[in-house]
Design a protein around this ligand. Structure first.
Ligand code: ADP
Ligand code: MG
Length: 493
């Protein structure tokens, strides 16, 4: 059954678990550096390895970042909370348990407002945000799939073991209807933007800093009880999130139509095919034998500290968007295009550097985007907001027209220097030099006596025929208005 048909027949419910790696200097419970990359098993201490006798110490910065995230999501910050051991054996967890939080998360009950592509707002109910640590990384060698099944042997790298994570879990999200897939990916994108605004993580999806598990179930109608869910693990791009939700909805509908049951299980998403495949069965009561971590005291964030952190919260992306749209006088559609193209920040900086908002928008969404596309580079790699502001300044001063400014921009993007430098070095400035313009006009008049006759006879459109040669002679740098005045003065004078 296709997604479109599935959505007509069933009411989808989604639930999303997002893990974000915090950008602290060191790991959550030990002094090993928290850096990406590096040789295998170089960023480790006895605690990262869970060696006997090693003891954890809570990273204060990690707690601070978790509280900031909780506050930004509108959660209550717990007066007191604890870490817990989540026991399971897997080689990437050297202690045989993950230090996490169970029934006492640091933050609970918030919400996130998201804006869909067409401007519709949707509120995502957040159940909890809790602290935990990341696991190490297994690499399975041999075998076709890269998974453990069929592998000859496996390697394990503990550099990531103990990296601070915050996991944000939604309540079941209902009422999305056909937009379930878009809601899922927009929500994760919104969280990514929030993490960046808070400066608690680089939040790079492609680096695995942000990972999402997407739960999907179907039910007959919005007033029916929730159906059985599947949990597609570790989906790590916005597009994949959208595809995974669509695939699961279509797959589950097909099963239900055939009278089959949905198996509650984890699933893997495959980028290549856009399909999910069965992982392991997972019941709601998986027995992780949680118990309070005896090596760590309860965490009691003082109310003063929480309020201090609340006061440092930056303006969140959604608020900022609304404020800037008002100040700049942009329509919802213009604003959305800018945001979707990832140009909000550079346009803001260009305006801060002195440009008018409309001009900043025009250059970034127009010529810069076109060049970036052509060169297959990001707009931010091509030029800086200061450069675009300088370019707009030169246009306003009458030194460049749009055509010349495009040439200057191309040269700036090629690394030839700042706009003013490029303009002088390449002689792209509008010809102010009346001498040069006069010479070009005289030349054009002398070379086209027939055109001159027409103009004398009152056929003013004929002037156009002289502009071509004049522009050519001045390499496009003539001020067209001035040239026209000069032609008329010479012919009639
Ligand atoms: P788990 O331990 O299985 O990961 P969590 O409570 O951490 O459980 O996360 C489960 C996620 O699935 C939550 O976002 C929750 O809202 C969501 N969820 C629970 N039941 C359903 C359902 N029937 N359909 C869709 N999502 C669900
Ligand atoms: Mg979970």
């Amino acid at each position: 059954m296709k997604y479109e048909d599935a959505i007509k027949k069933y009411d989808p419910v989604i639930g999303i678990e997002v893990h974000v790696e915090l950008g602290t200097a060191t790991k959550m419970f030990d002094a090993a550096p928290n850096t990406f990359g590096g040789g295998p098993n170089t960023n480790i201490t006895p605690t990262s390895l869970g060696l006997p006798g090693s003891l954890p110490v809570v990273n204060e910065k990690g707690v601070e970042y978790a509280i900031k995230i909780g506050l930004a999501l509108g959660c209550e910050i717990a007066e007191t909370c604890r870490f817990a051991r989540k026991n399971y054996f897997y080689p990437d967890v050297p202690k045989d348990f993950q230090t996490s939080q169970s029934d006492e998360p640091i933050a609970a009950e918030g919400e996130v407002e998201i804006e869909l592509e067409d401007g519709t707002m949707f509120t995502i109910p957040v159940e909890r945000a809790h602290m935990e640590e990341d696991a190490g990384k297994n690499t399975h060698i041999g075998g076709a799939t890269g998974r453990i099944h069929g592998a000859d042997h496996s390697l394990v790298d503990y550099n990531r073991a103990g990296v601070p994570l915050v996991e944000i879990v939604t309540h079941p999200i209902t009422g999305t209807g056909a937009r379930a897939a878009e809601v899922a990916s927009t929500y994760v994108r919104t969280l990514r933007d929030i993490f960046r605004a808070l400066d608690v993580s680089e939040a790079r999806m492609e680096q695995g800093n942000v990972r999402a598990d997407v739960n999907v179930s179907l039910r007959e109608s919005p007033d029916a009880p929730l159906g059985t869910r599947t949990e597609t693990k570790n989906v790590n791009s916005f597009r994949s999130i959208e595809r995974a939700v669509r695939y699961e909805i279509a797959r589950q509908a097909t099963r239900l139509e055939a009278g089959e049951k949905i198996v509650q299980e984890t699933r893997h998403f495959h980028e290549g095919t856009g399909e999910t495949s069965s992982g392991r069965p997972k019941s709601d009561a998986d027995d992780y034998r949680y118990f309070p971590e005896p090596d760590l005291v309860p965490l009691v964030p003082s109310r003063d500290w929480v309020e201090e952190l609340r006061a440092t919260l930056p303006e969140l992306p959604a608020q900022k968007r609304r404020r800037l749209a008002g100040v700049w006088g942009f329509s919802d559609l213009e604003m959305r295009d800018i945001v979707n193209a990832g140009l909000l920040e550079v346009i803001e900086e260009t305006v801060n550097a002195g440009a008018k908002p409309a001009a900043a928008r025009k250059w970034w969404t127009g010529e810069v985007a076109r060049l970036a596309n052509q060169k297959d580079q990001s707009t931010a790699e091509l030029v800086t907001p200061t450069q675009i502001a300088a370019l707009i300044g030169l246009i306003n001063e009458g030194k460049l027209n749009d055509k010349l400014a495009k040439d200057v921009l191309t040269a700036v993007a090629d690394g030839e220097g700042e706009p003013a430098e490029v303009m002088s070095a390449r002689g792209l400035e509008i010809v102010e030099d009346t001498g040069a313009l006069e010479a070009a006009v005289e030349e054009a008049i002398a070379a086209n006596p027939d055109v001159v006759e027409k103009i004398k006879g009152g056929k003013m459109q004929a002037i156009g025929a002289l502009m071509g040669p004049i522009m050519k002679a001045t390499r496009g740098q003539a001020d067209a208005g001035k040239a026209k005045d000069m032609i008329l003065a010479k012919i009639n004078g």
